[in-house]
Design a protein around this ligand. Sequence first.
Ligand code: CP
Length: 316
Amino acid sequence: MKHFLSIEDVTNYKALVQSALDYKAKPLKDKWLGQNKTMGMIFLNPSMRTRISTQRAARNLGMEVIVFNLDKEGWQLEFEDGAVMTGTKAEHVKEAAAVMGQYFDIIGIRTFPGLINKEEDYSEHYINQFVKYTGVPVVSLESATLHPLQSLADAVTIKELRVSKKPKVVLTWAPHIKALPQAVPNSFAQWMGNWDEVDFVITHPEGYELDKKFTSGSTIEYDQDKALKGADFVYVKNWSSYEKYGQMLNTEPAWMMTNKKLDGTNQAKVMHCLPVRRNLVIADEVLDGSQSIVIQQASNRVWAAQAVLSEILKNN
Ligand code: CP
């Protein structure tokens, strides 16, 4: 693995999931692997879990970590080729990324979509510019359209907690008060769709179909109750419309996850990438109940990141 930007960078999916579980059992087994190497973590947007879990992972491998909040502490970056830089943007990504590549052995970067221009967001222009100009391995800490570190942790959590060989996993849309990216559901659909050990179903109101590039081969069921029937894992997440790009078509409070909705499931374990808005996306009774595994899911972010960084360190 050179970069980690999506599942397409993974050569052996099952081995990567197992590697994360091995690190969970023995966090410091490779504590010298990253000795004398430095990871730079660049944030253009807020983060708690990704920021802390990836630092923890890098340190478990003996790496030094420098976190740089580029959006607040850096020069404003220009990303357009040929721009005449007479505006507020003081530095071009060509120099900024190339300079960071001199300081760091691995660069992690978080970017978000603007949710206005679909073509621009889905071209992954920002993260790809970093890949182009840093000259070192790049790890996505969430990009405009994907969140692969989250999805790997999700797969690890499902593997760890499944009670049948091929559990039914349901991704369900939930209401929200603001338009959110499609990165987490796109990525989760991509990872579940490529895993022959799960039976994967997506449910959402009409109009919230995700990009087919990520959902091809997955079952889409518009009736949430029908989709949830017999589910072993229920992944709750809001996203804005892909078709009517970035729009909230409705807020559908009836789609919030409640204990009543879980009645038809196989005592499903409830997942969410966090942060989650209580009693809007998931009811208190679910998050505070025994079926919620959101904390364990978040804790597995460390082992997922450690498996990825270890793979990159071994291969570069
Ligand atoms: N799930 C997730 O990526 O959380 P943060 O945005 O806090 O990193």
